[in-house]
Design a protein around this ligand. Structure first.
Ligand code: FES
Ligand code: MG
Length: 567
């Protein structure tokens, strides 16, 4: 029996009220009606231009559900826009995940089409769907059109950060900077580089939760409309076949996703989101394991910031099916997907390869795109995107210059008197999941103006915060435990030597054990300004980065009887 029938099938006054509620929104349901009710979770919003293409896709999914004999019901969800939400959309990822889970739990839905695009909306919907475990399929909104500045294509994020460095170093004039801004507004959709949104869209497809090739279809394209329609059809079929997120998102599927993450030079944010989604299914995806999965994996996606092209080029090059074919010996090919095809079938149907996807014999990098380090400065680990860093800095020892928080960093970074050389290790602390709270993307500390003007383009940076998937540089991120909970990064002082070695996987603070003990004893937990509301709840329950920054009470799988709550 369909889950929705528990609401809709009876002949008592309560069932009548349920049927009338749906008839009032245009869905006529007679007793004995066995059409599955499919929700469309729509996160489009004018506060989030990245997700606006979802409006048309929701219509297409709606039509697809109807054509397959389902009953579509569209509902709004909160929308997490990376550009506007402060201190970070990440602060609200768990809130959207809870919203999705509870909307599915509490309503007469048999299945769900999840509409997401901007960075945090994608993992949030997968987390919620994993917990609710009703048949689900994801539809992504696609990347925005490409803008052009002085004849050159501009990739979102990456080229803004580069232009800002040029501006700060005096290479771009005031009028040039204004001209650059005017070029940037090119339409709605996600960042068109390998930022977190494109990365998480590809993770969704690699996990098997989106249709083959659909995760990179350009925003507003005919192709994306067709795929959204097909997703609506598949949602109905998934209900009839009783295929659920737990059948699709297996540990092997997560291994595929991590392997693809390495091969696309994907965002480090995925290293947080994937364990969070896995945790909802009772699966453990540790940092070391994720790093190991990159061993021998070639980086094949020639897309900014690791490469040179954009997501549209990657899509034209054949998208994930072609990338997976190149990568096939590293993948678990028997994994199922919401399309009904295994990865092996998907590869067999893949098209021709274009230049934005390299071959295994000619990769961008040979050995994965990110590494995990640990040591006395990061006992529980830190992450570095090696494919967007400078190889000559992979082994480095230098004196620390410490910023206590983001405001401190912004206030001093361009001070001509700043005691800094290219050898200095810049440390930004107090910006972890508990610290701000919400772990903003502040880790890519700008090169101090006086060094930038002298031609320095990269330095070793260490932080307990994250960075945008569009960012680059030799930046050690997600240092755990973070400063706000007393991790060793809290004790670093100006002038302390910090040693990094990516090859041996170490990140160490070179002070004596006695000194370390003295500093730890003197440490006082910072007093939080957040006494109420979501930030207060967040600080209390958020886990550290290696566990995915989910809430401690959301990590376990939901017992079946709670998913099938009696109305
Ligand atoms: Fe929304 Fe990049 S800011 S996708
Ligand atoms: Mg981003």
């Amino acid at each position: 029996m369909l889950r929705s029938q528990k609401w809709l099938a009876g002949d008592d006054e309560v069932s009548v009220a349920h049927r009338v509620a749906l008839r009032s929104v245009g869905l006529t349901i007679e007793p004995g009606d066995e059409r599955p009710v499919i929700g469309i979770a729509d996160s489009s919003s004018e506060l989030n231009p990245c997700n606006l293409p979802l409006r048309k896709l929701a219509d297409a999914a709606h039509a697809g559900i109807l054509s397959a004999g389902g009953l579509p019901v569209r509902f709004p969800t909160m929308s997490l826009g990376e550009d506007l939400m402060k201190p970070s959309a990440f602060l609200y990822r768990n809130l959207l995940a809870m919203e999705i889970e509870e909307m599915l739990r509490s309503n007469p839905l048999d299945g769900i089409v999840l509409l997401a695009n901007c960075d945090k909306t994608v993992p949030a919907t997968l987390m919620g769907a994993a917990s609710a475990n009703l048949p689900a399929i994801a539809v992504l909104g696609g990347a925005r059109p490409v803008s052009v500045f002085r004849g050159k294509k501009i990739g979102t994020g990456t080229d803004l950060w580069r232009a800002w460095e040029d501006r700060r170093a005096g290479r771009l004039t005031e009028s040039g900077w204004a001209e650059f801004e005017a070029c940037l507004s090119c339409g709605v959709g996600a960042c068109n580089t390998m930022g977190t949104a494109s990365t998480m869209a590809l993770m969704t497809e690699a996990l098997g939760m989106a249709l083959p090739g659909a995760s990179t279809s350009p925003s507003g394209s005919e192709e994306s409309l067709r795929e959204a329609h097909a997703a609506g059809v598949r949602a109905v079929e998934l209900v009839r076949q009783d295929i659920r997120p737990r059948d699709i998102m297996t540990l092997k599927a997560f291994e595929n996703a991590v392997t693809v993450l390495h091969a696309i030079g994907g965002s480090t944010n995925a290293v947080i989101h994937l364990p969070a989604i896995a945790g909802r299914l009772g699966l453990k995806l540790g940092l070391v394991r994720m790093s190991q999965l990159g061993e021998g994996v070639p980086v094949l996606a020639d897309v900014e910031p690791s490469g040179t092209m954009l997501i549209h080029d990657f899509h034209e090059a054949g998208g994930l099916p072609v990338l997976a074919r190149e990568l096939n010996e590293h993948l678990n090919l028997d994994e199922a997907s919401v399309s009904g095809l295994t990865l092996r079938d998907i590869i067999a149907n893949a098209g021709e390869r274009g230049t934005a996807i390299r071959t295994v014999t000619n990769p961008l990098f040979a050995n994965g795109s990110f590494s995990v380090v640990s040591g006395s400065l990061a006992p529980d680990g830190a992450v570095i995107k090696t494919s967007a860093a400078t190889a000559s800095l992979f082994t480095h020892t230098g004196p620390a210059l410490v910023f206590d928080n983001y405001d401190d960093m912004r206030a001093r970074i361009d001070d001509p008197e700043l005691n800094v050389t290219a050898e200095t290790v810049l440390v930004l602390k107090g910006c972890g999941p508990v610290g701000v709270p919400g772990m903003p993307e502040w880790g890519m500390i700008p090169i101090p103006a006086k060094l930038a003007a002298a031609g320095v383009t990269d330095m070793v940076r260490v932080s307990d915060s994250r960075m945008s998937g569009t960012s680059f540089g030799t930046v050690f991120l997600h240092v755990a435990p973070e400063a706000a909970v007393g991790g060793p990064i809290a004790f670093v002082r100006d002038g302390d030597l910090i040693a990094v070695n990516i090859e041996s996987g170490s990140l160490d603070l070179l002070i004596s054990p006695e000194e370390f003990t003295t500093r730890r004893a003197a440490w006082v937990r910072p007093v939080s300004a957040h006494l109420r509301g979501w930030p207060a709840l967040y600080e209390k329950h958020v886990t550290q980065a290696p566990e995915g920054c989910d809430f401690d009470f959301l990590q376990a799988p939901t017992p079946e009887k709670l998913v099938f709550v009696e109305p």
